[in-house]
Design a protein around this ligand. Structure first.
Ligand SMILES: [Ca+2]
Ligand SMILES: [Ca+2]
Length: 502
């Protein structure tokens, strides 16, 4: 009977428990491709360099959505918003409780699962608490607020007299401000929320475990506000900070609606920063936080190296999306352009080639199916990514493909490959960029008849019958109900009744 059970396990997963690799799933927030392994020389990222030498760096990895909440929903479900309806702040575990999230799938496959920090969207009520053997919070109070995972609170260090950035002068002193940066004293590094999360993850990684483990740890850095210990600011000389390339009239060839929206956004932020002479300072703050995030990765790599798990652990680092620093006049994310979609994505561990770089297009939606194959998780035919296991073993066999990126609503998306970026908005307007000739995506060639067949081919790759958006928590259609240490989302009947009457 026992032998039969073992045989069945082998048959279904192909891996015995002893053969299953541990997994360290390390996420950073809003980190774009400004890291050394992706060819950017303006940042100091020695630990990302170290991980890149240990494994495979994807140069053309794209986020599965354009900001935190939907990106993380897509990653943990293995399904795009066009399937789940989670385009904005919809909650996948409310709308689709039948979906087996990644951590549950690890647990079902015999893993011990550990989670901590910002894995899901950071607001209260966003953590998917299913499937974790342990989920770290800094203080018990957080559980009573719906597990918000906030990073800047009473128990974490803040710079004196916030807001510090001259850009925010006169604004209310709330933590979490946009375009806000400042150093904090070096001796407070250990009190920072991200440091605590990482130290907790290190304590798990250092131990010997009976079962294979899945440790997921998410940090906020380099998400704004860009507060980091002073030593990370001191790694950069403000006078030597280079600005990214800008094209003055870049927005002129956008479709009308987007052009209007982005010109307004440019006036509100980028033009103001330029006028105040603050662009370099803002970039300085971001880079300091990139280096702080890099140091946190370094702690994890040190722990792993000095642990009994050194030779049987897969490490992957990913960012939920990228970030604009004035390119196309934008600061932030929420765009279908390269600055938002291209992200750090580095893998290392057993079965993975060393010190290799891959240029072909991949998506972070590929992580779940990759774990299905490398870690013997249960097959789910609904996963929309492609396993990267064979590419990680033999990077030279990688083939380019068209990667899908949904936007904030139905029927708005990008299709991306090494040569082209095709963008389709809900009103039918389009953009097309020839990435080989125009890597900064300055010249929209969508109206050039020469490329109409390319547009049609790419457009046809988008999912048909896209899901409607689910109930949106930010619009009050969902109500968070706290329940002891747990919580649930319920349809807000009051709100919906009002809506129906209209
Ligand atoms: Ca983010
Ligand atoms: Ca342009």
């Amino acid at each position: 009977m026992k032998l039969l059970a073992i045989f069945l396990i082998l048959l279904t997963s192909g891996l015995t428990a002893a053969e299953k690799p541990n997994v360290i799933f390390f996420s950073v927030d809003d980190m774009n491709d400004w890291i050394n392994p992706m060819g950017y020389k303006g940042a100091k990222t020695p630990n990302l360099d170290r991980l890149a030498k240990m494994g495979v760096t994807f140069q053309n990895a794209h986020s599965p959505a354009t900001f935190c909440a939907p990106s993380r929903s897509a990653i943990f479900t293995g399904k795009y918003a066009t399937t789940t309806g989670c385009y904005k702040t919809q909650v996948y575990f409310h709308d689709h409780p039948e979906i087996v999230p990644m951590q549950q799938s690890f647990k079902n496959a015999g893993y011990k699962t550990f989670g901590g920090g910002k894995l899901f969207h950071h607001r209260e009520g966003y953590a998917d608490l299913r499937g974790w053997d342990e989920f770290f919070v800094r203080n018990e109070e957080q559980k009573k607020k719906g597990w918000p995972n906030d990073s800047w609170g009473e128990d974490t260090p803040l710079p004196k007299n916030i807001p510090v950035s001259p850009y925010n002068k006169g604004k209310k002193a709330t933590p979490g401000l946009f375009l806000e940066w400042a150093p904090i004293p070096n001796e407070q590094e250990e009190e920072m929320a991200d440091t605590k999360r990482v130290n907790w993850a290190c304590s798990v990684i250092e131990k010997k475990h009976e079962k294979p483990f899945f440790v997921a740890v998410g940090i906020y850095a380099p998400h704004f506000p860009n507060y980091a210990p002073k030593k990370y600011f001191d790694m950069y000389d403000r006078s030597k900070i280079e600005l990214p390339p800008y094209k003055e009239d870049d927005l002129a060839d956008l479709p009308e609606k987007m052009k209007k929206q982005k010109i307004n956004r440019k006036k509100a932020h980028h033009d103001k920063l330029v006028k105040m002479g603050l662009v370099e300072d803002a970039i300085h703050g971001y880079l300091a936080c990139v280096s702080y995030a890099d140091a946190m990765l370094g702690r994890v790599l040190d722990s792993l190296e000095n642990s009994p798990n050194k030779d049987n652990t897969i490490v992957v680092i990913w960012s939920d999306h990228g970030y604009h620093h004035g390119e196309k006049g934008d600061w932030g994310k929420h765009t279908l352009w390269e600055r938002t979609s291209n992200v750090p994505f580095i893998w290392a561990g057993p079965g993975i080639a060393k010190n290799k770089s891959v240029d072909t297009s991949v998506s972070l939606i590929d992580m779940y199916p990759t774990f299905v194959e490398s870690c013997g998780l249960k097959q789910d035919s609904g996963l929309e990514g492609k396993s990267l296991t064979s590419v990680l073993a033999k990077p030279e066999t990688a083939q380019d493909r068209d990667v899908f990126l949904p936007y904030l609503e139905l029927n708005a998306f990008a299709l991306i490959n090494q040569n082209w970026r095709y963008i389709h908005y809900a009103d039918g307007s389009e953009e097309l960029y020839n990435l080989q000739k125009d890597p900064h995506e300055w010249n929209n060639v969508a109206s050039n008849p020469e490329f109409s067949s390319i547009k049609e081919q790419l457009k046809a790759k988008a999912p048909q019958n896209q899901a409607k958006a689910g109930p949106d928590k930010s619009k009050g259609e969902l109500k968070l109900v706290l329940n002891g240490e747990g919580f649930e989302w319920k349809i807000n009947t009051k709100k919906n009744k009002r809506k129906k009457k209209k």
